[in-house]
Design a protein around this ligand. Structure first.
Ligand SMILES: Cc1cc2nc3c(=O)[nH]c(=O)nc-3n(C[C@H](O)[C@H](O)[C@H](O)COP(=O)(O)O)c2cc1C
Length: 139
């Protein structure tokens, strides 16, 4: 398995989760603005993480998926997480990302995980970071 974690963040909470997952998987890690699409072919397992902005993924993540839209990612495995408020009306970046991934040909290997923040700038709610361990299933 050659895995990469690709994330966006505004206040650092999504980055904190991304780093934890990368550590657990021994994966490479890139902030979305530093991703070179031509290099993505080197990986077979992808973890995408985004803060939820206006019930959707961040604009940086949207940009990346636009850049990736010409590619064929069939046979590659992906999993997704987001950070968001808890609650029925909060929306989910991860849900939107999963839809894009399926369109690009990825196999979504596990249900997305939402990590709850207690305020706009965080922090993550108590114990949330423990959910990172879910991603070890990708190994
Ligand atoms: C412009 C903006 C829009 C947001 N919209 C939502 C939203 O629709 N639903 C939600 O649960 N959280 C929303 N949030 C809160 C973010 O989820 C929160 O800032 C994020 O999880 C923090 O992650 P980060 O530290 O990685 O930026 C919004 C935050 C910003 C800045």
């Amino acid at each position: 398995m050659k895995a990469v974690v690709i994330y966006d963040t505004k206040y650092g909470n999504t980055e904190q989760v991304a780093k934890d997952i990368a550590r657990l998987l021994g994966a490479d890690i890139y902030k979305v603005t530093g991703v070179k699409v031509s290099k993505l072919d080197n990986y077979n397992t992808f973890i995408f993480g985004s803060p939820t902005h206006k019930w959707n993924m961040s604009s940086g993540m949207k940009e990346l998926f636009k850049k990736m839209s010409g590619g064929d990612f069939t046979g590659k495995k992906a999993a997704v997480f987001d950070t968001k408020f808890k609650g029925r009306f909060a929306g989910s970046a991860a849900k939107k990302i999963e839809n894009d991934l399926k369109r690009l040909g990825f196999t979504v290997a596990m249900h997305y995980v939402s990590f709850y923040v207690t305020g706009m700038e965080g922090p993550l709610a108590e114990g949330e970071i423990e959910k990172s361990k879910t991603f070890v299933a990708l190994k």
